[in-house]
Ligand binder design. Structure first.
Ligand code: AMP
Ligand code: FE
Ligand code: FE
Ligand code: ZN
Length: 310
């Protein structure tokens, strides 16, 4: 097969044929990442990736701008989302959605309501912190999350990482991690739970918008529920499981890969890049190069989507 010349927009094609690399898990400043969608697309291109999924928490608003920038660079941008669900024994079950219709009305309505409860929760966290004698205001959090105008426009998804950054800006803590460890992690004094979907609802919401659903970073789930939960979600129609992730080591990956084969789940991977707030995690390559995902993984998700709609 002849290959197009390495010019302009055709540039990604030979890399694709040769098995180019991709990243299926990355956040922009629409949620708790630090790069704008356009800057994320540029960073992906500069990292030599041929495709990137934008997977903001409870928001698809960054996808279009990233896609436009990607199109200019010859980078494929995949519509993605990361939803938070709750299941027995697991308070934070993250479900990634891919290849969905970012204009699906039912999806957008549900996401808007999840984000509204996030805004209220940010206020509650500030109140808790103030009650603890910590000098921080809602304004600080708004600033950390891109400004109150973005909140009014519904164009961002506010979360604990923004509260953490506000605490850093105030000099209360030296790092985002310290903010979580002292105040914001579950069980800490300023922790406020957020509204969550059930696993079934998360999967249905994604399928309803024409997408495929993938369980994110299972290693962050309590050990004893991990495997039973993957099985339960697989029975509910889960399409894939994130085998490769910055936080997952070789043994965990091997266990998950075997489970994926057994349950007919697409094994996926991504860095979970958040920009400068998680400086040890690099786009496309994770922590110390522990993430490498080929474009064949995206092809497998596309096949799964086609099977689903057939
Ligand atoms: P939220 O959705 O507002 O509850 O924030 C969840 C996000 O906070 C996750 O996606 C991570 O980016 C970050 N996060 C959660 N737990 C921790 C932790 N213990 N340490 C550092 N970051 C965390
Ligand atoms: Fe996050
Ligand atoms: Fe997550
Ligand atoms: Zn994530």
């Amino acid at each position: 097969m002849s290959r197009p010349a390495e010019t302009g927009a055709a540039r990604s094609t030979p890399e694709r044929d040769g098995g180019g690399r991709i990243d299926l898990h990355a956040h922009t400043d629409v949620s708790d990442g630090t790069l704008s969608p356009e800057a994320l697309a540029r960073a992906a291109h500069e990292a030599g990736l041929v495709a990137l999924a934008v997977t903001d928490h409870d928001h698809v608003g960054g996808v279009e701008a990233a896609r436009r920038e990607g199109a200019r660079l010859g980078l494929e941008v995949v519509t993605g989302i990361e939803l938070s669900a709750e299941e027995p024994g697991a308070r934070e079950v993250h479900v990634l959605g891919y290849l969905l219709d970012e204009r699906d009305p039912a999806l957008l309505t549900r996401l808007a309501s999840l984000r509204e409860t996030r805004e209220r929760r940010a206020e509650l966290m500030v109140e808790r912190l103030q009650a603890l004698g910590v000098e921080v205001t809602l304004d600080d959090v708004q600033t950390a999350a891109g400004g109150a105008e973005k909140a009014r426009a519904g164009s961002r998804s506010v979360g604990r990482p923004h509260v953490a950054r506000a605490l850093m800006a105030r000099g209360v803590v030296a790092s985002v991690q310290e903010a979580f460890d002292r105040y914001l992690a579950e069980g800490r004094p300023a922790y406020v739970p957020k509204e969550k979907l059930s696993g079934a609802e998360a999967i249905q919401l994604i399928h309803g918008a024409g997408g495929v659903a993938v369980l994110a970073h299972p290693a962050t789930l309590p050990e004893e529920v991990r495997e039973p939960l993957v099985r339960r979600l697989a029975a509910l129609g889960l399409d894939g499981v994130e085998v490769v992730h910055s936080k997952q080591g070789p043994e965990e990956r091997a266990r998950l890969a075997a489970l994926a084969v057994e349950l007919d789940l697409v094994p996926t991977g991504g860095s979970d890049f958040h920009g400068s707030v998680k400086p040890d995690v690099m786009l496309g390559s994770g922590r110390d190069g522990n993430v490498s995902v080929g474009v064949d993984t995206l092809d497998a998700l596309k096949r799964r989507k086609a099977e689903r709609s057939a």
